[in-house]
Design a protein around this ligand. Structure first.
Ligand SMILES: [Zn+2]
Length: 80
């Protein structure tokens, strides 16, 4: 089995997945409150994943959070 590796290319995919599931659970929480807690935790996890892994593979600097389609590192200028 191939181990899932988190890097700057798939971190935004993972963030969307976690955020989508988190928002879905928060909405479900209006019917069943414990789901809201789980949804909140997933949303926090999404932010943590981005904070930890959304960085340049060349220089290691954190990349702009909002720009998921960035092509070049703004710090070292290398292709991402
Ligand atoms: Zn860089």
């Amino acid at each position: 089995m191939k181990k899932f590796h988190i890097d700057h290319r798939n971190v935004h995919k993972l963030k969307r997945l976690l955020m989508g599931a988190g928002i879905g659970l928060v909405l479900l929480g209006f019917l069943w409150p414990p789901a809201m807690v789980a949804g909140g935790l997933l949303a926090v996890l999404a932010v943590v994943v981005v904070r930890l892994y959304w960085c340049c593979p060349h220089c290691g600097m954190g990349l702009p959070i909002r720009d998921g389609s960035i092509q070049y590192c703004p710090y070292c200028g290398k292709s991402l």
